[in-house]
Design a binder for this molecule. Structure first.
Ligand code: FPP
Length: 257
């Protein structure tokens, strides 16, 4: 079944009464391979079912009013996987983007690719840039797809850009500050993630948004990503709504953050 065409209420999470909705949600979609293997299926089956959960995640974000959703789809380290699995994933990205862009556009979703496009195939890059171009003016939800993405390499690239400015005389070295670095990374101009969701049973951030997540709340789940449906997303949002974010300050009762 395709995105946005599911029967009304099928698999939908019950309407949540959320007091605080995260403005930016980041997700590490982990556990596809293990989930499929547990079912006696090839790992790549897990990635296909993972796409259904991507659709669910987008729907929940649209329904609850999240402004930014960032999905870790392929890391700079994922090239180390067997060639066949990498090929399947690349084909999947192209197919999904080609099939779903019109529907995402209809729902006012802006698609943005974060990561180094250079190492991706020209056909995939064409598709990604087409999806970005078509949806560029949409403002309801920004969907950042992290493809060939690494957090440290993102920072290194920003530092290099700024250093070039210093070298050419357009940037004063004393003007370099946190804002300047934020303005030179892929997510420039966006709110930083409020909530990171990581299913798959690992408790680490795996080089994802390492600059942007300084104050992010982390939600970990033992479920695999193919099992992480709308109800689980809402559960994570409810958990987040109960967090009190102090950004290093103190709360009303005088407790440090
Ligand atoms: C990690 O699970 C998942 C990936 C490396 C790929 C995720 C990609 C998708 C779900 C497709 C999304 C498509 C678009 C266009 C956004 P894993 O294979 O590392 O699981 P494991 O830890 O069980 O091995």
């Amino acid at each position: 079944m395709s995105w946005w065409t599911k029967k009304k209420n099928e698999g939908k999470a019950p309407k949540a009464s959320l007091t605080t909705v995260p403005q930016h949600v980041a997700i590490i979609m982990d556990g596809n391979g293990r989930w499929a293997q547990k079912k006696g299926m090839p790992r790549t089956y897990g990635h296909s079912v993972g796409v259904d959960r991507v659709r669910d995640a987008v729907e929940v974000c649209l329904e609850t009013g999240v402004s930014y959703l960032t999905l870790y789809a392929f890391s700079t380290e994922n090239w180390r996987r067997p060639q066949e699995e990498v090929n399947v994933l690349m084909r999947l990205f192209q197919e999904v983007m080609s099939r779903e862009t019109p529907k995402l556009h209809k729902n006012q979703v802006r698609i943005k690719i974060i990561g180094l496009k250079d190492d991706l195939s020209p056909a995939l890059v064409r598709q990604l840039e087409e999806s970005e171009r078509i949806t560029a003016q949409n403002t309801r939800l920004t969907l950042n797809l992290a493809l060939n993405y690494g957090g440290r390499s993102e920072i290194a690239t920003a530092v290099k850009k700024i250093a070039q400015g210093v070298q050419s005389g357009t940037i004063d070295i004393n003007a370099i500050d946190e804002e300047m670095i934020s303005a030179n990374i892929f997510t420039a101009g966006q709110a930083e993630p409020d909530l990171l969701i990581r299913p798959g049973g690992e408790w680490r951030i795996s080089n994802f948004l390492v600059w942007q997540m300084a104050y992010t709340d982390f939600y970990f789940s033992e479920l695999y990503w193919p099992e992480f449906g709308p109800k689980e997303m809402i559960k994570a949002f409810e958990w987040f709504a109960k967090r009190e974010r102090r950004f290093g300050g103190i709360n009303k009762g005088g407790q440090p953050g």
